[in-house]
Unconditional design. Structure first.
Length: 277
């Protein structure tokens, strides 16, 4: 058996070396020529939008992504908007962005669609969790079930002071009417004295006449004088009583109903105090 040894001559080695070196040089030049072109194509707003989203300034990041989508029509920017919202807990805004991406993006693989749908499901789960843990503001007006399964309607208790406010207002009104009546009585009293002085002056001057109309007017003013004093006193006293009862009703725990009714009697005026306890 003869063994053959293959030897590489210097000429073959140098030729192959030159060919390899030339191919490597051309490849390096080609790659170096492509690298600057790719660097020029990269939009600096992509990294800027990513930084805004990670820093919590999601609206600024979303706005940059919207600008790039309008300029390029690349649906990936819509997907990145959804991710920006999702990273910042804006799940309600993220879901429409992911769905818009599924509508705009063409030729998506099954895995890509599954990934996007997974983001939608995660966002929806977070929204449901928030809704479940949120306080129910309308529970105060809903029926409450007891341990035996019966339903009891909640009763909203009125404010502690609501029971006496009406009585206090009525007391103030009655007292105001009383003051006005007293003032009217004073006016009629002054008018009565004025008429009496005129009659006295006419008689003293010796006119020899007696005016019956002045006498009638004087009597009327005198009667109205005492009516004004009586109504005024009744209004002041009744107003004070009503205000006091309203104050007591607003601060007392016991429920009571009291009414104070002024009445006119044939011989004067009076009041009736009624109550339910």
């Amino acid at each position: 058996m003869h063994t053959h040894h293959f030897t590489r001559t210097p000429e073959n080695w140098s030729r192959r070396s030159r060919h390899g070196l030339l191919a490597a040089t051309l490849t390096s030049v080609f790659l170096l020529g492509i690298a600057p072109a790719r660097a020029q194509q990269a939009d600096p707003r992509e990294s800027q939008s990513r930084g805004e989203c990670l820093a919590g300034r999601f609206q600024a990041g979303v706005d940059l992504l919207a600008q790039m989508f309008v300029e390029t029509g690349d649906a990936n920017y819509i997907y990145n908007q959804g991710r920006c919202y999702e990273q910042n807990g804006r799940y309600a805004e993220a879901i429409p962005r992911f769905r818009e991406f599924l509508r705009k993006a063409k030729n998506l693989s099954a895995d890509d669609k599954a990934e996007v749908n997974g983001h939608i499901a995660d966002c929806q789960a977070e929204l449901d969790k928030r809704q479940a843990t949120a306080p129910d503001t309308g529970s105060a007006n809903k029926p409450v079930a007891n341990t035996e399964g019966e339903v009891k309607a909640t009763v909203s208790e009125p404010p502690a002071d609501s029971g006496g406010s009406g009585l206090r207002v009525a007391g103030v009104v009655a007292a105001s009417v009383g003051v006005a009546a007293v003032v009217a009585g004073i006016i009629f009293s002054i008018e009565t004295r004025s008429i009496a002085n005129q009659a006295t002056t006419d008689w003293a001057n010796g006119n020899g006449t007696y005016d019956h109309s002045k006498e009638d007017l004087g009597k009327l003013c005198e009667e109205l004088q005492w009516v004004g004093y009586g109504v005024g006193a009744l209004g002041l006293v009744g107003g004070g009583v009503l205000y006091y009862l309203g104050y007591q009703a607003g601060h007392a725990p016991a429920a009571s109903s009291v009414s104070f009714m002024p009445v006119l009697l044939p011989g004067g005026s009076g009041a009736v105090l009624q109550g339910r306890f």
